[in-house]
Write a new protein. Structure first.
Length: 284
């Protein structure tokens, strides 16, 4: 059973993972490289939990318990002390992830599960930086974490069955549904979604359709709750672009070559909701 969790990376994904864990009775320590990043992540959690209190969804006592389960640090030793599981949630860099996992492997006792929130990268390659690859696994959460119900659980070449079972049980504990995936580029969901995102961007880039009509078409014609363009703006245009680049590099398949529109939008800082402009424009 996971009683204490360390989340590495206090960004949107890391804060979301920490929040759902704390809401479900797990003590969490968020670790990042700078105090300002840690404080921002914890602030995000407090803001979300505070809104639940304001809307009467939780009591003051429950609010205080959840907030009290979350603390932050920049110290690796403090972050890993007494934890049962580590979830890495930094940006998609194999070199950085391997560095983090090598450090966690060195500082955590052998029973601690080491997990990556990567959306595209090989769990086996990440685990190769450790002395205990059998305890390394992938737990790919979807954004926004407090809302999205799915987690892809990815087994590396040497991941043990016990670690897989523990990861699936952890997902259940925090109210998520787990699906098991092979360690292939993009796993299950992103192999589909990235094709959808790329086609939408190419249609817009080539003047074949507008963002509004693409979203409306998929929502009304395919019963999607959100259109693919809306999702890209929510997740981050840069995030989608990087995922496509990684898939194209890893698979060599032309269908994953990113639309030229992505590079153009990233250069112009049109990254979606987080910058106020993406495929759509957002008020502050």
């Amino acid at each position: 059973m996971i009683r204490k969790l360390c989340v590495i990376g206090a960004g949107t994904m890391g804060a979301g993972i920490a929040q759902v864990a704390a809401e479900n009775g797990i003590n969490v320590v968020i670790r990042d490289v700078e105090t300002a990043f840690v404080e921002r992540g914890i602030g995000t959690i407090r803001n979300f939990i505070g809104k639940k209190l304001e809307k009467g969804k939780i009591s003051q006592d429950v609010h205080d318990q959840i907030v009290g389960r979350v603390r932050g640090t920049t110290s690796p030793e403090e972050g890993f002390a007494g934890v049962d599981m580590v979830v890495e949630a930094v940006f998609e860099s194999l070199e950085l992830k391997q560095k983090i996992f090598a450090e966690a492997d060195r500082l955590c006792k052998p029973s601690v599960i080491l997990s990556s929130n990567t959306s595209t990268m090989s769990i086996t390659k990440i685990a190769s930086a450790t002395s205990h690859p059998e305890r390394v696994i992938g737990t790919h959460f979807f954004s926004p974490v407090p809302v999205m119900r799915l987690v892809e659980v990815i087994r590396g070449e040497k991941t043990t069955e016990a670690v897989v079972s523990s990861a699936v049980e952890f997902c259940k504990t925090i109210g998520k549904t787990a699906i098991l995936c092979k360690d292939v580029p993009g796993f299950i969901v992103n192999r589909f979604l990235c094709l959808l995102y790329n086609e939408a961007a190419n249609q817009i880039h080539q003047g074949m359709a507008t963002a509004q009509d693409i979203d409306l078409g998929l929502k009304l014609g395919s019963n999607h709750p959100m259109g693919p363009v809306e999702i890209m703006d929510l997740a981050g245009v840069d995030v989608v672009y990087n995922a496509l680049k990684a898939l194209h590099e890893m698979t060599g398949e032309e269908r994953y070559r990113p639309s030229p529109l992505f590079a153009e939008m990233v250069r112009e800082n049109r990254l979606g909701r987080k910058t106020g402009r993406g495929f759509y424009t957002y008020e502050a």
